[in-house]
Design a protein around this ligand. Structure first.
Ligand code: BEZ
Length: 292
């Protein structure tokens, strides 16, 4: 089984960029943000730059080996790659002989995936429109951008054939806790829109396991995996790539000033004496089977 050399991404789209957004604090309750069961997909929140992602998101690619091995795709299987991004892992799945379709919301990342000769579609993970088509749905580091997990799980259930498998890894409880706290601190002081400050869904395994079970899946394995990750391109690249929804609310020169503030808050916790930055990553990794 070839191990992926790289990984991919997730979706989501432009956000209006008011210079300063006055809104009540704290953030919306976890119930409304994370588990909301109304049927409307939340507004896309994040813009992606394919080149920034390729440069600053490589750690994501380097961490995908275990979940890729868990998928164990076989020749002829039909696989949906949910949040395929620029298609790095989609390519690896295709190389196993499987028939893979990638879906994502980012036009820019999908364009890169198409250039690799991959079959991809622009589609919101909250609104999957497949019916009993796939042997497996795979997702790497995309589900934490999808803030209504019940909608996502219901769409994955419909998309799978009976007894099909859902195999995924994404940000879990405590993921990038220091980074998120520093972003919130700066967001609060600058009156940022709370919904855009840290727009991620990082559940515990108990929470996500229960959502899968309620959604008709049998959870075969689920674990929270802490993973300290040295950031080869430093913290600024991380913030400007993954924290865009916070910083895009502000015009320059304030934007750069606010990025600098977050970096200074983080330095004592995440930067060592040699100037090496480490991110406090925590992943949820699971395999679940759709009922018959
Ligand atoms: C992560 O790799 O842990 C991550 C990526 C994007 C947003 C938040 C966290």
């Amino acid at each position: 089984m070839p191990r992926p050399k790289h990984t991919k991404t997730r979706s989501h789209q432009p956000v209006p960029s008011p210079r300063c957004w006055r809104a009540a604090w704290p953030e919306p309750s976890s119930a409304s943000l994370q588990f909301g069961s109304n049927t409307a997909p939340p507004k896309p929140i994040q813009r992606w730059s394919a080149s920034d992602y390729a440069k600053n998101g490589r750690f994501v690619q380097e961490m995908a080996g275990a979940v890729f091995a868990m998928l164990a795709s076989k020749p002829g299987e039909r696989i949906l790659d949910l949040g395929c991004g620029d298609g790095v892992l989609t390519t690896e799945i295709k190389a196993t002989g499987a028939d893979v379709l990638g879906v994502d919301l980012s036009d820019e990342l999908l364009a890169v995936a198409r250039m690799k000769g991959l079959r991809v579609r622009k589609l919101d993970g909250h609104a999957l429109d497949f019916v009993s088509e796939f042997d497996a749905v795979f997702s790497n580091m995309a589900l934490h951008w999808m803030r209504k997990p019940k909608l996502v799980i219901a769409g994955v259930y419909r998309a799978l054939k009976p007894r099909g498998r859902f195999v995924a890894e994404f940000g879990g409880h405590g993921n990038v806790a220091a980074i998120a706290t520093a972003m919130r601190a700066v967001g609060v002081l600058r009156n940022g829109n709370p919904e855009l400050v840290t727009p991620w869904f990082f559940p515990t395994v108990e929470e996500y396991g229960a959502l899968l079970t309620e959604g008709g899946f049998t959870v075969k394995e689920i674990a929270l995996v802490p993973r300290l990750t040295p950031l080869k391109t430093g913290i600024e690249g991380w913030l400007r790539t993954f924290g865009r929804s916070l910083f895009d609310q502000f015009a320059e020169p304030e934007r750069t000033k606010f990025v600098g503030k977050v970096i200074e808050l983080l330095r004592p916790s995440l930067c060592d004496s040699r100037g090496v930055w480490t991110a406090d990553h925590v992943r949820v990794r699971f395999i679940a089977e759709r009922g018959a």
